[in-house]
Design a binder for this molecule. Structure first.
Ligand code: ADP
Length: 466
């Protein structure tokens, strides 16, 4: 099957071109016909005028017929005719073409009357054009004598026929040339599309790195580069998903194998003491808890990605949430002799999801406690600047190396995997990602304000709501 678009383009092109050509040729045809008829009428008028002036000078009626002169232009016949169409005199007396009169009676009008007669059935009678005018009374011919000048219009007809044939041939030729030119042009213009289609066919989920040929910087080139940009976004999103899957299975594998080993060790001997079973079950319970936390976090993130994390919006006070979460973190902090100071500028009414907002602040506080050395300090501050609530969590912890700071919000990212692993400080690297997703769900932002050897400061900005 040949390309239907190419065929359609060519047909449109040829169609539009033929309309233009036909309109142009019709215009030329009528223009030329007008010129030829106009020139012939002018010649007829000249002969009529000359004849009338000659006859006007011959007042004697008997002399009128003799005074008739030969016409000025070859092929013309000049005659004197009475009102009944009877020819009183004519010059030349014989001619190859027939002398034909218009429908009788002739009109007695002061201005010349032109007439046109089509080819008659008789072989000799060609189409003709003529002009007549009444002879001035007293100019010898009496009141009912007319001067008639007539000539064959066959030459004009022949010329118009030749013009018509020429124009028709030119139209057919021009359409053939434009049709084949249009076909080639359409093929050339559409060839990038064929290349793009072939390249698109080769692209699958496994080779999203492939790109379409961009070519010239025209509309098709722009389409190709927009498509390539889409591929880049898809490719980034695919590799993010793959990375997420790989990291998730890695995170789940470790606690699972700990559970399995604990169970295997407990079952290895037929009999164990109660305390040994308890110990094994405690390990299993701890790891199962970790597993369910990871799975819940992953689920929450996936739903947030799909905009499906249900938001239970309600009226609340941010200062209360900050105070509650700080108090809860204080219990953990006490074990490391960390001092938590909280500062708030008073009541902070807000509309949001109470549970999620608590989780967001707790995630930051948990990290602050986890990564702050013994006897350190954590400052939690809530203030309102204009229409924004700002919550800062600043610690005197180990800080995050500069080059890793942009990645702390990535899923499963941990600065020090060994220290944060299942038996270390516990996190799976999802806490900050979830906290940021919660801030964004409330129309706000979570950023790492600064981090260094003196500690880290995270900033939550939430737009105040009515
Ligand atoms: P996790 O659950 O492992 O804590 P997060 O997403 O909350 O995961 O944090 C990612 C990583 O960022 C942490 O593993 C830690 O290395 C680093 N990090 C987060 N908060 C702090 C902090 N306050 N001080 C130092 N490092 C931090």
């Amino acid at each position: 099957m040949s390309s239907p678009l190419r065929l359609r383009l060519t047909l449109w092109y040829v169609g539009a071109f033929s309309v233009v050509l036909i309109l142009f040729s019709t215009g030329v045809y009528f223009f030329v016909a007008r010129i030829l008829v106009g020139r012939m009428n002018a010649n007829l008028r000249v002969t009529l005028h000359t004849t009338r002036s000659v006859l006007a000078r011959n007042a004697n009626q008997s002399m009128v017929a003799e005074a008739l002169e030969d016409p000025r232009f070859p092929g013309q016949i000049v005659a004197l005719v009475n009102a009944d169409g009877q020819v009183l005199a004519r010059k030349p007396i014989r001619s190859a073409v027939a002398f034909r009169l218009p429908a009788l009676p002739l009109r007695a009008s002061p201005s010349p009357q032109f007439y046109e007669l089509q080819e008659s059935n008789s072989e000799a009678d060609d189409s003709c054009r003529g002009v007549y005018q009444q002879l001035t009374p007293g100019a010898g011919g009496g009141s009912s004598t007319f001067v008639v000048v007539s000539a064959s219009a066959e030459t004009i007809g022949d010329q118009m026929d030749a013009l018509e044939t020429g124009l028709e041939a030119a139209i057919v030729l021009a359409l053939l040339v434009s049709g084949s030119g249009g076909w080639l042009l359409a093929r050339r213009s559409l060839s990038p599309l064929a290349d793009m289609a072939a390249a698109t066919e080769r692209i699958t989920a496994n080779n999203l790195g492939e790109r379409l040929p961009v070519g010239a910087s025209d509309e098709l080139g722009r389409l190709a580069s927009k498509f390539n940009e889409l591929l880049s976004r898809l490719s980034a999103s695919f590799s993010q998903q793959r990375q997420f899957m790989a990291d998730a299975s890695h995170e789940l594998r470790t606690p699972l194998s700990v559970v399995r080993t604990a169970a295997q060790v407990a079952l290895h001997k037929p009999q164990r003491s109660d305390s040994e079973y308890r110990e094994a079950l405690a390990v299993i319970e701890q790891q199962a808890g970790r597993l369910s936390r990871i799975v819940e976090d992953m689920f929450a993130l996936t739903r947030a990605d799909m905009n499906q994390l249900p938001l239970n919006m309600g009226d609340l006070y941010l200062d209360e949430i900050v105070a509650d979460t700080t108090r809860a973190a204080g219990i953990l902090a006490q074990r490391k002799s960390i001092r938590i100071r909280s500062q708030s500028t008073g009541e902070a009414p807000y509309r949001g999801d109470d549970r999620l907002l608590r989780q967001m602040i707790s995630n930051l506080l948990d990290n602050a406690v986890k990564f702050t050395r013994e006897a350190g300090t954590i400052d939690v501050r809530l203030r309102q600047t204009g229409v924004i609530y700002e919550i800062t969590v600043a610690d005197t912890g180990c800080g995050i190396p500069d080059e890793l700071q942009p990645r702390v919000f990535d899923r499963f990212f941990r600065v020090d995997t060994a220290r944060s692993g299942p038996n270390g400080l516990g996190g799976a690297g999802l806490g900050l990602a979830i906290a940021r997703a919660i801030a964004e769900l409330h129309g706000g932002r979570l950023t790492l304000q600064h981090s260094g050897s003196a500690g880290s400061t995270f900033l939550i900005s939430l737009p105040c709501r009515e």
